[in-house]
Design a protein around this ligand. Structure first.
Ligand SMILES: [Zn+2]
Length: 270
């Protein structure tokens, strides 16, 4: 349900982006009218490699390109074919996908936000306070290891969704998408005004220039680096996310609470 709300809180496509999205759809043979809504693709886990990344004699764009400038939702990620899951690494790293056939090499754009879901175990009840999980330990391990470390490393926000609270039907309604969307649009505008693009695309030099931290946040980052064995890549990813959280908070500098929030989306306390 949450994932399906995402397109509704994202800013509109610009005119050139919407032309780009429409021409990819044309190449893929998908009929689609010109729209300012960002694409939202939800391929089934039985989708073939060609359907996902593109293919055919004259290579056509696949789901990763149809989701360009929008969202690719992979529900039940471990159920997708292994080579499909591994093939995601290229577009997640380069924002495009190269398809080579005998005499042709085609490169299609594939700059999307990936949302993936998975259960804690094959039956889905592992760790549940009231329901019993009947999976064997090795089944659980095999299931969880289907999503490889390098792929997980490219996912910035990892959230465990817990059991609904008791009497959640009585809770007051949450914010509507239109309210959240206003905040998201403002945060995007801040990023574009500051550095000409989104935080997710900041390279190392731009990160130094635009991700100023308060002294408290710097100290916290040093402590976290000491305590956890963090790779340079994961530190840079945490910094980009904390920059976005600070933007949503309308703050110039990344402060302790922004960094701490970004950190807990990737690393569980141990
Ligand atoms: Zn289970």
């Amino acid at each position: 349900m949450l994932a399906k709300r995402l397109p509704g809180i994202l800013p509109d496509l610009t005119e050139s982006e919407s032309l780009e999205v429409a021409s990819i759809a044309t190449f893929a043979g998908v009929s689609q009218s010109l729209t300012c809504m960002r694409p939202f693709r939800t391929p089934h886990h039985s989708a073939s490699l060609a359907a996902m990344i593109g293919g055919g004699l004259k290579p056509r764009p696949g789901e990763v390109s149809l989701a360009h400038r929008g969202v690719l939702l992979m529900d039940e990620l471990p159920e997708f074919e292994r080579r499909v899951r591994e093939a995601l690494r290229e577009p997640l790293e380069n924002y495009e996908i190269a398809l080579a056939r005998a005499n042709i090499k085609v490169v299609y754009p594939a700059d999307f936000q990936l949302i993936a879901t998975m259960n804690p175990c094959p039956c889905g009840w592992h760790g549940h306070p009231k329901r019993a999980c009947h999976c064997r330990a090795e089944q659980i391990l095999t299931y969880q290891s289907r999503v490889s470390g390098p792929l997980v490393d490219r996912i910035d926000l990892q959230v465990h969704v817990t059991q609904e609270k008791e009497k959640w039907l009585d809770l007051p309604a949450g914010e509507g998408s239109a309210v959240v969307r206003k905040r998201v649009c403002l945060a995007w505008a801040r990023q574009k005004n500051r550095q000409g693009g989104l935080n997710a695309r900041l390279d190392d030099a731009a990160l130094e220039a635009h991700c100023a931290m308060t002294s408290g946040a710097k100290t916290l980052l040093e402590q976290l680096m000491d305590r956890y064995d963090l790779t340079a890549r994961s530190i840079q990813r945490v910094r980009r996310v904390s920059r976005t959280i600070a933007d949503l908070d309308e703050q110039q500098s990344i402060d302790i609470q922004h960094l701490a929030e970004a950190f807990q989306y990737r690393f569980k306390a141990s």
